[in-house]
Design a protein around this ligand. Structure first.
Ligand code: MRU
Length: 347
């Protein structure tokens, strides 16, 4: 399986997701500003992967920070990384975790602080893979055998430290012997489905069919799709789910056609400080992603454009939320609170 992100002696190495699947190239970030840039430009993307990148960004920033101004520099590093992308809460979760560790080490020798931050960032990565495996085990049971699974965007190994959330559930179902195939929405405008999900699943030999986003409703109506599984960027206390734009339409069409709609996400994607999805910040991305395809204009010059990168699916369309700690169902206020408290007890 591909290594999305690695800590190495030369820096933080990431597979360049803007070039896939045409080129398999890697970017080495030697400082936190380069890590921040890689997140903004989508060299690395996907909520859990962004969290790992941010943790490694804090660690690499600490390695180069002036020991005499450590507190101010650490604050600056965290602020820059937190300003990269607004929607995926895993980014803020990871930065918070690194900040708390730093605060607990204040007064210790600088080399000790640096080593602890590097080790913690590596732990964030390792834990993410374990979390995805365990999410896969919980989710695989829900996937109907002999049917097609529809997914949107890329919630795979590339969107995480490895194995994936939604694709982790699919991988675990295949490992459990289920005979399934996948329909992958291409996911306009950034084409995460066509470029990343289709590539990842093809590498694994999981039968996959690529469709354009506007075909999803038609296939949901045919009775062939056994369930939809997607990832999430932020889940509010009432179970509303922010995920890649287009997810909401798929969820509504799934309900209309009696197809279960599952969301696979780690507990670090829960934001129980928000009562509902109405308050989730939605990133607006450059209009060029809509008006151009690989640098070639496909719309008249000067046309008005909107490019929200995410949408919010109200929880009434969500059949269940699969986490590493178990499966949450409505009423989500209660089930998500229980899961997040379990996570706190385990920490
Ligand atoms: O803009 P992206 O590519 O970062 O958006 C990614 C998604 O919306 C994923 O579905 C989500 O982060 C879950 S990834 C496990």
């Amino acid at each position: 399986m591909v290594e999305t992100i690695q800590w190495t002696d030369s820096g933080v190495v990431m597979i360049d997701q803007t070039k896939l699947p045409r080129e398999i190239t890697y970017v080495t970030c030697r400082g936190y500003l380069e890590v921040a840039d890689a997140i903004v430009t989508m060299v690395i993307r996907g909520a859990p992967a962004i969290g790992v990148a941010a943790a490694m960004g804090v660690a690499i920033g600490a390695l180069h920070a002036d020991p005499d101004r450590m507190d101010e520099e650490m604050e600056g590093i965290c602020t820059v990384l937190a300003g990269t992308r607004p929607t995926a809460v895993n980014l803020f979760w990871a930065i918070g975790r690194m900040k708390r560790l730093y605060a607990s080490l204040r007064g210790r020798p600088v080399e000790e602080i640096r080593a602890a931050l590097v080790a913690e960032a590596q732990r964030v990565k390792e834990e993410d893979i374990e979390i995805n495996r365990s999410m896969g085990r919980h989710g695989a049971e829900l996937v109907p055998d002999g049917k097609t699974v529809l997914t949107h965007c890329n919630a795979g190994a590339l969107a995480t430290a490895g194995f994936g959330t939604a694709l982790g559930v699919i991988r675990a179902a295949v490992e459990a012997g289920k005979k399934i195939d996948v329909f992958a929405d291409e996911t306009r405008p950034f084409l995460q489905g066509a470029r990343l999900t289709a590539w990842e699943l093809q590498q694994d030999g999981i039968p996959t069919t690529l469709i354009t986003d506007n075909m999803a409703g038609w296939f949901l109506r045919q009775g062939r799709i056994g369930c939809v599984v997607v990832g999430a960027d932020r889940i509010a206390a009432n179970g509303d789910v922010a995920n890649k734009v287009g997810t909401y339409s798929v969820a509504v069409l799934a309900k209309e056609n009696g197809v279960p709609f599952y969301v696979a996400a780690p507990v670090s994607t829960l934001d129980l400080t928000l009562a509902s999805g109405d308050r989730i910040p939605i990133e607006q991305r450059p209009g060029k992603e809509v008006t151009e395809v690989f640098g070639v204009p496909v719309a008249p010059e000067g046309i008005a454009v909107q490019n929200p990168a995410f949408d919010v699916t109200p929880s009434r369309y969500v059949t269940a939320i699969i986490t590493e700690r178990g499966v949450a169902r409505a009423p989500f206020e209660e089930s998500l609170r229980r899961l997040s408290q379990q996570a706190e007890l385990a920490e």
